[in-house]
Design a protein around this ligand. Structure first.
Ligand code: GDP
Length: 178
């Protein structure tokens, strides 16, 4: 990592079972043992070229549901370290959609003054007949929360590359068009 190949930390948030691990496994790259210890969960590092410029993305899939009554250290760590956040819900699970909104609020609280890129992701679009959250609802939610929105299917590998490229573009936009 250098000025010409900056490294950004991207944190995946979302309820268990929505597909975070599947998405990050498709993105994959090298699993970093040091980082794993440092962040207490799975971390993947990969170089990618977006719009002709190389970037290294470090993706942290470390989220755990909150233990009752106590804010886990790992959880607050996650909310502090990201340069960008991917909040995932499953379009087949309305509860996970509601959790996504709560996560967005927590994130805003944790990083009040900062303008961090957040991408709201509706995953599992392949499960057409089990859909509980429409694309329009996802879009509306993203508009309210001032974040980007994309629907993906990890199973069909649909929009997964677009998701991570979009994250890189959002980070660059905030850095003055670099
Ligand atoms: P995590 O707990 O958020 O990391 O979710 P996982 O990645 O472990 O996925 C939970 C389950 O959903 C697994 O059985 C996955 O195979 C399945 N899954 C993940 N993404 C998709 C998807 O896009 N479509 C379908 N049909 N299943 C998916």
């Amino acid at each position: 990592p250098s000025l010409r190949n900056p490294r950004y930390r991207v944190v995946l948030l979302g309820d268990p079972g929505v597909g975070k691990t599947s998405l990050v496994n498709l993105f994959a790259g090298v699993q970093e043992r040091d980082l794993l210890d440092q962040h207490g969960g799975a971390a993947y590092e990969r170089r990618l070229t977006v719009d002709g410029e190389e970037t290294t993305l470090l993706v942290l899939d470390t989220w755990e549901p909150e233990q009752r009554g106590e804010e886990s250290q790992r959880r607050s760590h996650c909310l502090q370290v990201g340069n960008a956040y991917i909040i995932v819900y499953s379009v087949t699970d309305r509860d996970s959609f509601e959790s996504a909104s709560e996560l967005r609020i927590q994130l805003r609280r944790a990083r009040q003054a900062e303008d961090i890129p957040i991408i709201l992701v509706g995953n599992k679009t392949d499960l057409v007949r089990c859909r509980e959250v429409s694309e329009e609802e996802g879009q509306a939610c993203a508009a309210v929360f001032d974040c980007k929105f994309i629907e993906t299917s990890a199973a069909l590998q649909h929009n997964v590359a677009e998701l991570f490229e979009g994250v890189v573009r959002q980070i660059r936009l905030r850095q003055g068009g670099k």
